[in-house]
Design a protein around this ligand. Sequence first.
Ligand code: HEM
Length: 383
Amino acid sequence: MVETVFEELKRYVRFGEADERALRALHPAAAPRFANIAEVFYDRILSHEEARKALVGGESRVGHLKETLVSWMDTLLTGPWDEAYWQHRYAIGRVHVRIGLPQHYMFGAMNVIRAELARIAWGRFHAAPDELEVVRNAVGKIVDLELAVMLHTYRDDLLAQQARVERLSTFGQLVGSIGHDLRNPLGVIETSLYILRGRVGEDERAVKHLDRIGEQLGIANGIITNLLDMIRNRPLKKEPVALGQVVAGAAAAVKRPDGVAVALSGLEALPAVDGDPVQLRQVFVNLLENAVYAASPRGAVAVRARADGSGVSIDVEDSGPGVDPATQRRLFEPLITTKERGVGLGLALVKQIAERHGGSVSYSDRAEGGARFTVRLPSPAAE
Ligand code: HEM
């Protein structure tokens, strides 16, 4: 059987049955002190200006975390230190990675545990120095293993991120070169179209078809411009934008089946925002296309806009299945898609455009089921 990382780590620090016995021997003396250690542990975090930022959510949340730490310490000293144990520890590590907790705090935090357990070990075993030595060693090993597993989760996350960045840069290069290559044939079509227009004379149907070709050429060029803009981060062409009209225009442009109703509210009362109207339209076209897709073939899409002291918020909601928690984490990353034939650029572009306007986009589940995307944009009129 292939040795797991945890097995290998255990072998490296030479964690064996003697250590397991020593940890179990410490447990009866340590267990009554767990709540106290949890106090010391979280006091240390809360008294540190930077670390405490991770504990958003107030006292009740810390209360819950203290309980989880007590049960963490309980299993730390009782095991069994099998594969399931390490998988559970790995999952805890991933929770920290998910909330973006800097890994350097882990050393200091783990040292609190180490020091407190060492003190208890001394209290319990100081009359038997040999036993004390064994217990202290065992505590040192298990705490080092815990730390190693935590850092392992950070490393895995970094590797996954790196793989995504590589995928993206290849994709970016590909899109860039396809974009450039398409400009040439489109340019030739445009020139030929110009020449044909001069020759077609009074044939109405022919004129109509030439107009259609011209229109489609414009759309194709627009798509390429958008893609290249996304890669190059072109500066915005900012002007005062009547956002309500932009959103209504986007809603009218998005195709939908008869079974999906789109309701708009609050758009008339929106103040102007300072932005690039073409790019802002793209934001709402993308969100509405997704919403209609999610709500199809039968369902509802609602756009609710409002202004507050600092800007405007626009919710785009749908009655579809919502986004599962695993996808939510990476929802705004490029190349993430749940559509059968999607590329996964839409929401990434929404995020990029919103942020370049000094705004943001976020996801939340609707209480009644379905997805809600909220775009926030600053508005000079709202300040
Ligand atoms: C020795 C180091 C640490 C241990 C053993 C530990 C243990 C745990 C455990 C058992 C959980 C519950 C995980 C779950 O929900 O399954 C947790 C979550 C959490 N920990 Fe830690 N922790 C450590 C360090 C820290 C530090 C240094 C901070 C903050 C500066 C921190 C902040 C949090 C937060 C905010 C959560 C909740 C995250 C969420 O559910 O959204 N932890 N930790």
